[in-house]
Design a protein. Structure first.
Length: 315
């Protein structure tokens, strides 16, 4: 038995029966590489949960989630060597990468079944302060679905880049998002018009209200991870108790003076040993369980500390 958890709980998606309503739209994801497809699915899951936390109606939630599934569809036309490059992109490569927003929009607009969801690809890299792409639009020019998907997209991109296997340290990701939600006043050398200067003073790249709901989702996921670890600890406790019982019977077996006692303790040992366990290796297995028990308790402490850190972050 192993403790398991998922950063992207799919319960919400199932409740909207998206597998039925979006079968055609999702088939387009098959044209993407595995990494991009997984990212698209994760962003859709987070987007769906953000919509729920924002108390948006079910119809919009399904629409927004579909937009999120398709937000990176334009990457099917980005060269593999750029899409999968591990190091930093050159300026030229970055300009090519940026074209995936328009390419995705064009893919959707060319297909009547996908046209309603074209805002996902088009707006997911736009920023409230006008520093995004492809058009550098601001605030109310960016539809709500684009603002929601941007938060989900940035969060998942950082999570994937850092390859988290636990929520320990996830607060560092949220700190980056806080920076992106923080206004950065324009510099004189940027030569911006008065309207854009005012916007830069008031808005960051991403919507603070949406980010606040992401915090709640992350805390909820950490609590779920804690529950999974606690459940695994119960399992470890059971195994430790069982093998300690084996040890007790084995010690008594070794000092038994009569054949009757040896048979009695020997039968107890056989009944208690699990598959793959023997009198030669059970002590090592018992120590492994004890070490795992200690590690999991430390993990729970770290996860509770992570929740505390997140709750004290200011957006």
């Amino acid at each position: 038995m192993n403790e398991t958890f998922d950063f992207y709980n799919k319960t919400s998606l199932k409740s909207y029966n998206l597998n039925e309503t979006m079968r055609y739209q999702l088939s387009r994801l098959d044209t993407l590489d595995v990494f991009t497809r997984k990212h698209s699915e994760s962003v859709a899951n987070i987007t769906c949960r953000l919509c729920e936390h924002l108390k948006l109606n079910p119809t919009f939630t399904v629409y927004c989630t579909t937009c999120a599934y398709l937000h990176d569809i334009g990457k099917m036309f980005i060269p593999h060597e750029i899409l999968q490059k591990k190091g930093k992109l050159t300026n030229e490569e970055y300009e090519i990468m940026k074209t995936h927003a328009i390419r995705g929009y064009n893919i959707c607009m060319a297909d009547p079944l996908l046209q309603p969801y074209a805002n996902g690809p088009l707006y997911h890299h736009e920023a409230l302060n006008g520093t995004g792409y492809p058009h550098g639009v601001t605030i109310n020019e960016i539809p709500l679905e684009g603002q929601i998907i941007r938060v989900a997209d940035e969060y998942d991109a950082i999570v994937n880049k850092r390859q988290y296997k636990s929520h320990v340290g996830i607060s560092d990701t949220l700190k980056i998002l806080i920076e992106n939600a923080t206004p950065v006043p324009a510099k004189p050398e940027e030569h911006l018009d008065k309207k854009l200067v005012k916007i830069r003073k008031k808005y960051g790249k991403i919507n603070k209200k949406i980010l606040a709901q992401l915090f709640k989702i992350v805390i909820s996921d950490i609590e779920y991870e804690i529950d999974c670890v606690k459940e695994y600890i119960v399992y470890l406790e059971q195994q430790i108790k069982r093998l300690e019982n084996v040890k007790e019977n084995y010690d008594k077996y070794k000092i038994s003076m009569t054949e009757k006692d040896k048979i009695y303790y020997g039968e107890n040992i056989k009944a208690l040993l699990s598959t793959g366990e023997t009198v030669e290796n059970f002590n090592n297995i018992l120590n492994d369980y004890r070490n795992a028990y200690k590690v999991r308790h430390e993990k729970i402490d770290n996860l509770y500390n992570e929740i505390n850190v997140i709750k004290h972050l200011k957006i």
